[in-house]
Design a protein. Structure first.
Length: 442
């Protein structure tokens, strides 16, 4: 089922303002927080029945919070860039005024007594939580009901499916997600939005359901890299950096894993960057990359079993068939193998840090191809998992593709201290790519 014009993509979304337009409009007194929340609610009314991005909402609470922000603005002025910005929160992040049920019936009715650290930070800067977005069960591979706004017959990816879809459909301009393998970058690529996972430990995970603590990252979704850069600065992080003048591309994932459509889109993007004066270095894959996938899987399976083993023993395969299979495997992994895998990840991170001195920005596909048809699978995280294992910041930049093609993203990664340069490059190159593309595109 292709979408009709009344379910548009990010460029013509029902929610009519970008992050930068919100900041300007609120600062000038032309927009209020309550205007923004009402517009978000109207977009949800229009689109949610078909997209299925949300699992819980309390509209009166959201509007009440917005009106308080309006009153605060009248007395003290704006809280900054994020004043009044509606935000969706993935349903593994604790919220005091909304249930947090981890995408599973086994946690139905779970109500935290306080917000997690990241939600607290967003609210303190003026964000208004619209609701909780759908996550796959326990943020693993057992899929939920969310559909891809670019084409309802296709997966939005996972596990941050609802957050990516809510931004892509234009229901909110900002959403929160998480990534243990590829759960931010892949859905961003599938849905045609910007997904950003900063370096390991940069965004707080206090009050977030753990899956594999050595690998878990918090992340964010916006329509464009420019919006993401504004959010990053508003959260108090350094964003004043110039775009890089070079980019390195690697043969990752291994040959045969990427569809012809993705390969063509990436090559076209790199050619456009090169034509605009960005030096494109084509390098062999460093040998340590091949050690990352098996080490990541061992650590993830073992830690998931440690974290969720009790619930699995209590609820059995009700936790999800795919998760149950992982936990069964994780429980069988010897402690010595787990420690060896942790040591491998540590050694790879050291090797990557040395290698990245001469290769500060790396470009690879954000996913093996466009979103898969059907909702049975959320896709393969093979493109993202090594960089997650390395703890490196990564962003998916929407590439221009013809209107008759599904969205695809270019994954840019950097060293663990390179968020500012990474986002500056993402913003500049996103604009360059879309200026260079002739004709209508997504």
């Amino acid at each position: 089922m292709r979408l009709s014009r009344d379910l548009p993509g990010p460029s013509t979304a029902p929610f009519p303002w970008s992050i930068s337009e919100i900041a300007r409009g609120v600062s000038a007194g032309e927009l209020s927080a309550s205007d923004l929340v009402r517009a978000s609610h109207e977009a949800v009314d229009l689109l949610e029945e078909r997209v299925g991005a949300w699992v819980a909402m309390r509209r009166e609470d959201a509007l009440r919070a917005a009106l308080k922000l309006d009153d605060r603005f009248e007395r003290h002025g704006s809280l900054g860039t994020l004043h009044g910005v509606p935000v969706g929160i993935k349903d593994i992040f604790d919220t005091a005024d909304l249930p947090t049920e981890w995408g599973t019936k086994t946690q139905e009715g779970r109500q935290p007594d306080r917000d997690c650290a990241l939600v607290t930070a967003l609210k303190s800067r003026g964000c208004v939580v619209i609701g909780k977005t759908v996550t796959t069960a326990f943020a693993y591979f057992d899929t939920g009901p969310t559909r891809n706004p670019a084409n309802l017959d296709h997966t939005p990816g996972g596990s941050s499916s609802g957050s990516a879809a809510a931004v892509a459909a234009g229901m909110v301009p900002l959403a929160v997600g998480s990534q243990t393998q590829g759960s931010v970058l892949r859905p961003a690529s599938f849905c045609g939005v910007t997904g950003f996972k900063p370096g390991f430990g940069v965004l707080p995970l206090e009050g977030v359901m753990p899956f594999a603590p050595s690998l878990d990252h918090a992340g964010l979704f916006t329509a464009t890299p420019g919006g993401m850069r504004l959010v990053w600065r508003a959260l108090g992080f350094e964003a004043r950096s110039a775009a890089a003048d070079s980019v390195t591309t690697l043969p990752w994932p291994p040959i045969g894993s990427v569809t012809p459509a993705m390969r063509e889109a990436v090559e076209s993007a790199l050619a456009a960057l090169e034509a605009a004066g960005v030096a494109v270095q084509r390098e062999r894959r460093p040998s340590f990359f091949d050690d990352l996938p098996p080490a990541l899987f061992t650590v993830m399976a073992k830690e998931a079993a440690q974290v969720h083993g009790r619930l699995y023993r209590e609820h059995g395969r009700r936790v999800g068939t795919k998760l149950a299979n992982l936990l069964d495997e994780g429980m069988r992994i010897p402690d010595g193998d787990y420690r060896a895998a942790l040591n491998t990840l540590k050694a790879c991170r050291t090797s990557y840090a040395r290698w990245a001195v001469d290769h500060p920005i790396v470009a690879t596909p954000s996913a093996p191809g466009p979103a898969l048809r059907g909702l049975e699978s959320s896709g393969d995280p093979c493109c993202n998992a090594p960089f997650t294992a390395l703890g490196a910041p990564a962003v998916s930049v929407p590439m221009p593709v013809p209107e008759n093609q599904l969205p695809m993203g270019l994954q840019l990664t950097s060293t663990s201290a390179g968020e500012a340069a990474l986002l500056a490059s993402a913003e500049a190159w996103h604009r360059l790519l879309h200026r260079s593309y002739g004709g209508p595109c997504r």
